[in-house]
Design a protein around this ligand. Structure first.
Ligand SMILES: Cc1cc2nc3c(=O)[nH]c(=O)nc-3n(C[C@H](O)[C@H](O)[C@H](O)COP(=O)(O)OP(=O)(O)OC[C@H]3O[C@@H](n4cnc5c(N)ncnc54)[C@H](O)[C@@H]3O)c2cc1C
Length: 1018
């Protein structure tokens, strides 16, 4: 759907800008705006007072001082806090506690500090150290006494975490939270609250409806306490997360976002407006910024029409985003355009680590966030100034625990006489705000009697608190965090309050493209969530027609092989550096032509846009990685030996390599095989899959243009049974590299073995019955995300795809229900559409084959969930994503190469029916399937993940993430057993398999004696 240019998104600059220039603009905006000596003078007494009267032991600051998250102890406590409360079974709870407490040394931890802190900290440390003695080592069944002791330790740990959690939730229900707010207000009448109903983002419609109800109920309850006529500034309010209200709150699903999410938000707006409350939309990941502004624009139109006098609508803006200031101006423009006033909460941003990782994974040209803490501080101040400048349409709400930031805001607001409020999180920054609340600003008069402070107050049960708690632990645990430094007496007060404006602007972190250092550039990616970035791809898709590729007549194969055989000699003699340079040129060219390649991949291979970009990047990575590997490892190598002799190992091409590749990665796998063979000095007969010759032909053309001689590479298109078989059987074939099904690999192996003449090596990469092991400590939402991506992306047509989900019986019902719900949210349709998650399977034959396998599953297994298919021709070649439950692992007999997930339960209760009683038995059952490609593990018990990986006979193990999308050089890919021969593609050992080796030994003393030895003798 093309967007009109006047949308809020279109008014924002690209987030992919160079950090330094953005920073200069922010500094320029702040020129003359602040007197930092005055800021320090204001904040110094606050900080000193907090230092003199520190927070209690159980406060976050103190806890993190005793057990910083950079220590094993701090990390153990954080991970326990995240997981323990949700574990339903005693055995797993004990294993988790033993695992986490076991890896830390509480005996010697917590020695910092002095006075009451130190005594309390060492008391708690001794208690933990003592408790550890009751916990089992590893997962061997403990004796009865130890078991009773272990249960007591676990119960005590659960209590401690609940206690910790209580510091950060105002109440377990909105009624409890309102009661607590009332009692806090008795002591501090100027306090207001913004309630946050805790929980993970929704994965299913059911979850979204639950969150919607809880928001509605909360607004109704807050409304009862609101003072009529007081206005949203004076009343308590609510904060909402759009990701909780809709399971697909993402740019690609914008049509549904406006059709389904927007009405939910408008309903909440109507409720909040009727009660004259402040309703704030929380800020989430940066890839939703454009979408959220469009949503805010639509909401503003509704408010203008229905509640033109309501001034309580608001949103949060994250200063760590490099386009935060432009966002402030855009929000002000929207408010002005609709004749409204917004309440805007300025935060620094809570997802910094995630933003950095996403940018690196996607290979973006720049980070969307600043990469130094003081750059974010500068941006925050620039945004604060901009907000204060828009006082006619914005009521600014400054959310920070940083005393310097607070003082700077007070100073800037005082100059302008603009009203504003401060915000903090419940359980954090209490010391600073205790002091700030004692401060009475001289102006403006409206704020006499203390600065208004609003507390962001999470409401919810302990289980829902955990993810929030961990975010806060991380936030405060960071060395650069103000709260962390405030608690550290080693940090001088002046250093704590140093001006971010004076700190020398630092060069940004190495860009995502420098992830692999200076030697190899990360493949450039595309942020599809940015309209301007995806537009060229959509245009290319629309313009692409798939060219016809002529089949290779059987009569030409022999002549082609002879030509390649002859051409190999010159190519092998080409200097290694030049062969590598050809690959590097090819990589650059691929990158530059990204949109056109995506067009072809969508049209010929029915790939979704996201999959196309990922595939092209993989091909680029293969070219660069093998080029560097070749340069580094394939040159001549001197070997040690006796004096008077030189021994040199030379690697060279074997001859003509036959490369046979599949249709599911028609570019990446095809390219990986071909360039590896070429750079090692072979000539290549490249046989692509019958379904995808056009992609292959284009790539061969690109390689020729990059410098591969015509006689070193030829495309041979045609059926496997004829063209493929003739190539394998040809006497000049010196090696075969095959990716495809296990039966065809076996067939090739037999054909090669049956040939007379040289012994020809085979590199085969085949399929897998890939499992994911989920225990009861795993987070269901993470499991659901990983399963849906691994099983259904690319319509399940990846050899790495998840086929068998093995879930612990204690959590199985909930996990299965969540996956079933998430599966219903998948967009099944035309891959040319940006919104599509699951396209058709490759061809009618594949469709018919999978359909037959599903008929068998309908008879033999229990259907758990099936996504409805689109009507009409769009759905004709689609397989509906679905999940079936099997009784036992062994019931999975064959790979279904489509979006079909099998599920089994495991745990002691399943053993009677042939299920696996524990993880060891489960892994043994998985190994017995005979395949060995990928394995997923979802657990918070680190030692368990390691043991599973050790016992599993598979090539790639992925812990607590999805199990697809192996990255070249990062996750070298390939399996064992029925899954392939190795070596792994994209790994350090791959190229050697394409080489013949020769050692040249020269008796350097032959001509009369050992001159070198004699010359060096003393
Ligand atoms: C009332 C309230 C509501 C909130 N709502 C939201 C919300 O809707 N969305 C949201 O994302 N967050 C929200 N937050 C969380 C908020 O982002 C963090 O609490 C805040 O960033 C901490 O900043 P500070 O000024 O208290 O501390 P400081 O210690 O001064 O700043 C810490 C912050 O600096 C930034 N930072 C740290 N290291 C780096 C680095 N290397 N490069 C660049 N930047 C860095 C990060 O944003 C980090 O959180 C909210 C906080 C409050 C108080």
């Amino acid at each position: 759907m093309p967007l009109p240019t006047a949308t809020p998104a279109a008014r924002l600059p690209s987030p992919l800008r160079e950090e330094a220039s953005v920073l200069q603009a922010r500094l320029a905006a702040l020129a003359g705006a602040l007197d930092w000596a005055g800021v320090q003078a204001l904040a110094r007494p606050w900080v000193q007072a907090v230092r003199d009267e520190p927070a209690p032991f159980w406060a976050m600051e103190s806890l993190l001082r005793e057990y910083p998250i950079s220590s094993a102890e701090g990390l153990a406590l954080m991970r326990l806090a995240e997981a323990l409360l949700r574990v339903p079974d005693a055995a797993t709870a004990i294993a988790l506690t033993a695992d986490q407490l076991g890896r830390a040394d509480f005996d010697t931890a917590a020695t910092g500090g002095d006075g009451p802190h130190k005594r309390l900290a060492s008391l708690s440390a001794s208690a933990i150290a003592l408790s550890k003695k009751f916990l089992p080592d590893g997962e061997h069944p403990p004796g009865l006494l130890q078991r009773l002791g272990a249960q007591t330790v676990v119960a005590a740990t659960v209590r401690a975490i609940q206690l910790l959690g209580r510091q950060f939730v105002l109440g377990q229900s909105i009624a409890e939270a309102l009661g607590e707010a009332r009692s806090q207000r008795q002591a501090q009448p100027q306090l207001r609250f913004s309630f946050d109903m805790l929980g993970e983002g929704a994965r299913t419609e059911h979850d979204a409806q639950r969150y919607l109800r809880s928001y509605r109920d909360a607004i109704a309850a807050i409304a009862v306490t609101a003072v009529a006529g007081a206005g949203p500034e004076a009343n308590d309010g609510i904060s909402i997360k759009l990701s909780a209200l809709f399971p697909r709150y993402e740019d690609a699903q914008r049509v549904r976002v406006f059709a389904e999410l927007l009405p939910r938000v408008l309903g909440l707006i109507d409720d909040a407006a009727a009660a004259d409350l402040n309703l704030t939309v929380d800020a989430e990941e940066s890839d939703r910024l454009e979408l959220s502004l469009e949503l805010i624009d639509a909401a503003a139109a509704h408010i203008a029409a229905r509640h033109p006098r309501w001034r309580g609508f608001g949103l949060a803006i994250q200063a760590y985003q490099t386009r935060a200031e432009e966002c402030v101006h855009e929000v002000a423009r929207i408010a002005r355009h609709h004749g409204l006033r917004f309440m805007v909460r300025l935060v620094k941003g809570a997802y910094w680590d995630g933003e950095i990782k996403r940018a690196q994974e996607l290979g973006l040209a720049a980070y969307p966030v600043f990469t130094h803490k003081h750059h974010t501080d500068i941006s925050y101040l620039a945004c604060a100034k901009a907000l204060l400048d828009h006082a006619d349409v914005i009521y600014p709400q400054f959310a920070t625990h940083n005393a310097g930031t607070v003082a700077a805001i007070v100073q800037m607001a005082r100059v302008r006489g603009t009203p504003f409020e401060l915000q903090r999180l419940h359980g954090m920054g209490e010391g600073v705000y205790r002091e700030v609340s004692r401060y009475t600003p001289p102006a403006p008069p409206a704020q006499a009697g203390g600065l208004p402070v609003r507390i962001y107050a999470p409401v919810g049960e302990h289980r829902d608190l955990l993810a929030y708690l961990v975010r806060r632990l991380l936030e405060n645990g960071a060395n650069s965090s103000f709260v962390h430094q405030l608690a550290d007496p080693q940090v001088d007060v002046d250093a704590l309050l140093a001006s971010p404006l004076q700190a020398a602007p630092e060069p940004g972190q190495p860009s995502p493209l420098q992830l692999y250092g200076s030697a190899r550039r990360n493949a450039l990616g595309v942020d599809l969530s940015i309209a301007a970035e995806r537009a060229p791809l959509l245009a290319a898709v629309a313009a692409t027609r798939v060219p016809e590729v002529a089949e290779t007549p059987a009569s030409e194969i022999d002549a082609t092989m002879r030509r390649l055989h002859a051409g190999q000699v010159a190519w092998d003699d080409t200097p290694l550096t030049e062969r590598a340079a050809v690959l590097l040129r090819a990589a650059d060219r691929l990158e530059a032509e990204l949109p056109a390649w995506c067009g072809l991949l969508v049209k010929e291979a029915h790939k979704t846009l996201g999959d196309c970009v990922a595939e092209l990047r993989e091909a680029v990575d293969f070219c660069r990685y093998y080029a560097l590997q070749a340069r580094d490892t394939l040159g001549p190598r001197e070997l040690p030996g006796p004096t008077g002799e030189s021994n040199t190992l030379h690697l060279h091409g074997r001859g003509v390599f036959v490369c046979i590749s599949p249709w599911n990665f028609p570019l990446a796998i095809f390219a990986g095989q071909v360039v590896a063979a070429l750079v090692a000095g072979n000539s290549v007969a490249a046989k692509p899959a019958e379904q995808t010759p056009a992609v292959a032909q284009r790539f061969v053309g690109l390689l020729h243009a990059a410098g591969v001689p015509q006689d070193a590479l030829t495309l041979l298109h045609g059926p496997g049974e004829t063209v493929g078989a003739a190539l394998v059987a040809h006497p000049l074939t010196a090696g075969v590299c095959f990716t495809g099904s296990t039966p065809v690999a076996k067939h090739i192996q037999r054909a090669l073995a049956a040939k007379d003449g040289a012994i020809v090596p085979l590199i085969a990469e085949t399929g897998g019955l890939n499992a994911m092991v989920v225990d009861s400590s795993a987070l269901p939402e993470q499991v659901a995300d990983a399963v849906v991506q691994s099983a259904f992306r690319s319509a399940g047509q990846r050899c790495s795809a998840l086929r068998l989900l093995c879930v612990h019986e204690g959590v199985a019902d909930g996990v299965i229900a969540m996956i079933g719900g998430a599966l219903q949210e998948l967009a099944v349709g035309d891959p040319a559409e940006y919104a599509t998650d699951v396209g058709p399977v490759i061809d009618a034959e594949a469709h018919a084959g999978i359909t037959r396998q599903l008929e068998r599953l309908d008879r033999e297994a229990t259907l758990l969930a099936r996504r409805a298919l689109p009507d009409g021709p769009a759905g004709a070649q689609h397989i509906a994503p679905c999940a079936y439950e099997l009784a036992r692992v062994a019931d999975l007999r064959q790979e279904v190469f489509g979006p079909v997930l099998h599920v089994v339960r495991w745990g002691p209760g399943t053993a009677a029916h042939g299920g696996a009683a524990d993880v060891e038995a489960l892994v043994a059952q998985i190994n017995a399937l005979g395949y060995g490609l990928t394995l997923g593990v979802q657990t918070r018990i680190d030692s368990r993940a390691q043991r599973i990986a050790h016992a599993a006979r598979v090539g790639n193990v992925y812990v607590n993430r999805n199990m697809i999308g192996a990255v070249v050089g990062v996750q070298p890919f390939g399996g064992e057993g029925l899954s392939g021969t190795g070596p792994k593609a994209g790994g350090p050992l791959y190229l050697y398999r394409f080489c013949a080796e020769q050692v040249v030994t020269v008796n350097t003393a032959a001509a009369g004696g050992n001159a070198a030895l004699l010359a060096g003798a003393h």
